[in-house]
Design a protein around this ligand. Structure first.
Ligand code: ZN
Length: 371
C-alpha cells in the first residue's frame, strides 16, 4: 500500500468511526418536544416535555435573578417556542435554547427566593417524561433547587422535614450524602394493583391503584435522581402479568421484577381499607419468616410516611402477603393509609398528599441504607 492510499484508508476509517459514534449518540438523545407554562394564583409551573427520560441539573444566578435548568443529552424540537413572556410576580420570562451539542438550556427569569422554586422530573402522564419547574408557593421541595445568588450546583447535605408546627412543608434535598447512601443500590418499587384490578375504592371513588401508582412513580423518580438503580413493576395503569390473570401469576410477576434484577430491597405500596370508615392509619408489613432487615425496612418506610402525612401509627406487623413472602431480598408491603377513611382518602387524592407520602417512603429507604 503506498503512502497516499494509506492516508485515504485512514481517513475513511476515521470517518466511519465518526459516523458510528453519531448513530450511537443519536439513539441516546432525548428530544424536548414542548415547553409549556401554566399560571395560578400561587405559582407558575413550567413543563418541558421530553420523548424519553432526560437528566437535568439546575442552578441559580443572581442579578438578574434567574434559574438555569440544563437538560443533558437532549435536543430542542423544531416547534418549541424559544421565548415565553410570563410577566407575573413569580416569573418574568422563560427562554430555551440548544446551549451546546448535548445540552438544552432553559433559563427562567424569576425574582423568587431560594425556597420558592423547585425542579423535578415526572415519569409518564401526558408525555413519556417531563421536567417540571415550579415557582411561587410550592407545597413541597424536592431535588435540585439551589440558593439564588449562588453560582454553584446545590450540594446540601441533609434530608429534612421542615416541620415548623403549622407551616408544615416537607422537603427532600437530594444531596451528596443521600447520593452516597443510595448510589448503586438496586431497588424495586411495586405500586399495588393496576389495570383490571382497581384495588380498594374510597368513599368518593378514589381507586387504590391510582394512588399507589402516583406515589410509586414519585418514589422511583427521587431514588433515580439520587443515583439508585430503580425497577418499577408498572409505570402505567396496567396489570403486571396481564389482564384478569390469577392472583398468583400477577403477584409472582411483581416478585420476578425484584428477584430477577437482584434488587437490594423490594417495596410494595398499597392502601388499606375497612368496612368501618373510622379505621385509619399506616401499617408496615414484612414476611412472618422475614429477616431483621425486612422488619427494619418495614418500620422505617412506615415511620417515614407517618412523619410526612401525620397518620396514626398502626405499627410494624408480620404477614404472609405474597409479595413479601416470595421476594428474595428484604421486603415490605406498606399500607400508606385507609382509602376507606374520608380524611385519609382526601390526603391521597391531593397532589400534596401524594408527594408527601412519596417523600416519606423515600426517607424511610434512605434511613434503611444508612443504618
Ligand atoms: Zn392493596
Amino acid at each position: 500500500m503506498n503512502k497516499r492510499l494509506a492516508i485515504v484508508s485512514l481517513v475513511l476509517c476515521l470517518t466511519l468511526i465518526w459516523f458510528q459514534s453519531i448513530v450511537l449518540a443519536a439513539s441516546d438523545v432525548a428530544t424536548i418536544e414542548d415547553l409549556r407554562v401554566s399560571t395560578s394564583d400561587d405559582k407558575v409551573r413550567i413543563v418541558a416535555d421530553a420523548n424519553k427520560e432526560v437528566d437535568y441539573q439546575s442552578f441559580a444566578l443572581s442579578s438578574p435573578n434567574r434559574v438555569v435548568v440544563d437538560l443533558s443529552n437532549a435536543t430542542l424540537g423544531k416547534n418549541v417556542s424559544k421565548e415565553i413572556d410570563v410577566d407575573n410576580r413569580y416569573v418574568e420570562k422563560v427562554r430555551v435554547a440548544q446551549f451546546n451539542k448535548d445540552v438544552v438550556r432553559i433559563v427562567v427569569e424569576s425574582p423568587v427566593k431560594k425556597n420558592d422554586y423547585d425542579v423535578f422530573g415526572i415519569v409518564g402522564g401526558s408525555s413519556p417524561y417531563r421536567v417540571a419547574m415550579d415557582f411561587g408557593q410550592i407545597s413541597y421541595n424536592l431535588g435540585n433547587s439551589s440558593s439564588s445568588g449562588s453560582q454553584s450546583m446545590s450540594n446540601n447535605t441533609s434530608i429534612n422535614s421542615n416541620n415548623n408546627s403549622n407551616n408544615y412543608k416537607p422537603s427532600v434535598n437530594v444531596d451528596k450524602n443521600t447520593k452516597k447512601v443510595l448510589k448503586g443500590k438496586v431497588i424495586t418499587i411495586d405500586p399495588g394493583h393496576g389495570g383490571s384490578d382497581s384495588g380498594a375504592v374510597g368513599p368518593t371513588g378514589l381507586y387504590e391503584k391510582t394512588a399507589t401508582l402516583k406515589i410509586g412513580l414519585n418514589v422511583a423518580e427521587m431514588l433515580k435522581q439520587s443515583g439508585a438503580k430503580v425497577y418499577i413493576t408498572r409505570k402505567t395503569d396496567k396489570d403486571v402479568y396481564g389482564p384478569n390473570a390469577s392472583a398468583t401469576a400477577e403477584l409472582q410477576a411483581r416478585c420476578d421484577v425484584g428477584n430477577w434484577s437482584d434488587s437490594d430491597i423490594f417495596v410494595s405500596i398499597h392502601l388499606d381499607s375497612f368496612t368501618s370508615p373510622s379505621a385509619k392509619g399506616t401499617t408496615g408489613y414484612y414476611y412472618t419468616g422475614g429477616s431483621y432487615n425486612s422488619q427494619k425496612l418495614a418500620t422505617y418506610v412506615k415511620d417515614g410516611i407517618i412523619e410526612q402525612i401525620g397518620t396514626p401509627d398502626r405499627g410494624t406487623k408480620t404477614s404472609n402477603f405474597y409479595v413479601v413472602k416470595n421476594t428474595e431480598m428484604p421486603a415490605t408491603l406498606v399500607e400508606v393509609a385507609f382509602v376507606s377513611n374520608p380524611d385519609e382518602e382526601a390526603i391521597l387524592k391531593s397532589e400534596d398528599g401524594i408527594k408527601k407520602a412519596a417523600i416519606g417512603i423515600f426517607n424511610g429507604i434512605v434511613k434503611y441504607f444508612q443504618s
